[in-house]
Design a protein around this ligand. Sequence first.
Ligand code: GDP
Ligand code: MG
Length: 781
Amino acid sequence: MKLNEIGIREAAVITRVGGEGALRQHFLDMGLIPGAEVSIIKYAPLGDPVEILLHGYELTLRLEDAAKIEVTALKEPAARTAKEKQNQKIEHPGLGEEGGKFHPEGSIKALPKGTKLSFALVGNQNSGKTTLFNRLTGANQHVGNFPGVTVERKDGSIQGYKGTTITDLPGIYSMSPYSTEEVVSRDFVINGKPDAIINIVDATNIERNLYLTMQLLELDIPMVVALNMMDEVTANGGSVDVNAMESLLGVPVVAISAAKNEGVAELIDHALHVASYNEKPFRQDFCDVNDAGGAVHRSLHAVAHLIEDHAKSIGLPVRFAASKVIEGDSLIVSKLKLDQNEMEMMEHIILQMEAERGLDRSAAMADMRYAFIKKVSKEAVIKPKESREQRHSEKIDCFLTGKYSAIPAFVFIMGIIFWLTFGVVGAWLQELLEGAIDSISGYADALMTAVHVNQVIHGLIIDGIFTGVGSVLSFLPIIVTLFFFLSILEDSGYMARVAFFMDKLLRQIGLSGRSIVPMLIGFGCTVPAVMSTRTLPSERDRKMTILLTPFMSCTAKVPIYAFFIAAFFPENGWLIMTGLYFLGIAIAIIVAFLLKGTFFRGEAAPFVLELPNYRMPTAKNVFQLLWEKARDFLSRAFSVILIATIVVWFLKSFDSHFNLVEDSENSILALISGIFVPVMQPIGLGDWRICTSLISGFMAKESVVATMTTLFGDNVSSVLNTVSAATLLVFSLLYTPCVAAVASIRRELGRKWACGVVIWQCVIAWIAALFVRGLFILFNL
Ligand code: GDP
Ligand code: MG
């Protein structure tokens, strides 16, 4: 029987895991191993993918991938958790005395005092690494309840300990990396040679998290395990016997709550201790002689002895190298430079193990690790009763991922967000701010007239700076409001659900459900959206998603929309605004079909995603993000946009002989932008001032409005009519992303693709604008 054939709430035991290559390894690393119990929680509203419960956590898989996993049905559904032992408080002994806790006195040497210590923060995705990093360093990195928020490494130093560096890494599930950002983490741990690893383990999901811990222990680097989210565990009646876990793992274990700042000080003490005493893990040998006949144990030790000299000569920990060789990690095998004879001998050993164990090599290794984890969790962990968070999540999910309610709910939520942003909160605050800016500008004007300031400077300050920058500044509330809602979506854990139920739809256009996340982020700003594609496991999906995100209308374009809607379509403003967003999405879908048929043939990557419990977004995180976005916006307004406004003002006020012009028709600007007029003529935008505005929009989209107001003042309607206003809206929606976005695309895809994006987006925008103009003329609108 296959995993996709069992019904909802039914349980089964895995008997065989099919599939091949990296995907299969990923299955195994996520705990889909022979012998593991699984049960089906639900199918997505469109019937695919499926959500399963495994090792006490929730994972989603596509049906076709689930079909690769063979199971036998169980009668009793797997209980989420069982209460086995009484929960009692035991004293944690604290730091080891003298030489260190796991080593006799005098057996190791402390590093000289004053040595700079470096730490790597390693753990599963969504285990709270960034939250802890922020606690330790006082930094303000972005935290989100979605697997894969951190996509780059970040360095900082522990507050109060100057000579330390700590590096926040993207989350990994195992040392066999699956997506690009995971490679960053693996390379950092293996080649970066940190003095110690702080391994952060999500205690609410301890079994799957310890899988990585075991691979980290093999690296022979001093390590501390930080059991995070203990607040949730204890609140639900669970507990961890830290002492027992310490003696089983052979490294210090500290219970913490990064969010509530509990146990963090103790963690720092331990981390500094193991690093400065170079106290390596006491134990790396987790294979048991008695475990399933001991075949894995024998082969591991045999291979370890065989490759010991090779591993040592290139500085790889022997045990780690042996495990990787058995798992068939080609990178490590080639690094080891084994002789032909050794290769053959090794292959014989592994084949023998497979025959004796009755499992293939990767599954046998994964099984060995999970067998040990089971032992640890039996001795040291009292799992909580079904937790409050899980119960809440289940209830919320009944509706938000329910068969009939999921997609309407999503549309409703997005609708409410846009309505609140543009119709209620943002608009109200914007009016307020606009009034304030106007009156300040009025005072400044009056003041300068009173003291007879030079005419040119007066013009620059009032027409250039106040009108230009001011017109953009008033949009700050709208932009902050939209980011507020987007950050709530991300922080609460809803994004992962959207990916889950949108997967089937997105596959129609050749993408996987995970691609929806960068696109939603793209409604905020394209730059972080492009960065966030790094969590996508396949290169093909990643490239395609990057090319599509610029079609999601970003907040910087809101001022453009609002400006023209107010001037030309005041009655249906809200409708047109929404229409533009949908137009962007529609064009993205068409482009996706084109890409799927040409550059990006083939199937979307498999969809294996963990669904975290819903969590209340913390006020601190949300405000922090808002503050950052506001600061970002303000600094852009006062740098790029200000400069663009001044340059535009200057160029429009002087002619090529630097004489002040009466009529800006004769200015340098008219001369330069005039070049583009013939190109824009067919779409009804053949005016040098409009061309200038659009060019300045390449610097920052808000500049379009700033430039327009500088050049036109209050009489835009003298040049544009309803038709050209509509084409201008469509053109601004679709034409080239701003410099910052293009730079981030270049970082991800290289120069060629980045240039390609600029050109093809302009072409698409031009064609769409022509089409809209045609429609208007055809229907006499
Ligand atoms: P990362 O992906 O490992 O960097 O994890 P993040 O730091 O982004 O955190 C993931 C989620 O877990 C966020 O929603 C955090 O608010 C939440 N979180 C982190 N630490 C704790 C904790 O100690 N207790 C609880 N209850 N939640 C936490
Ligand atoms: Mg993170």
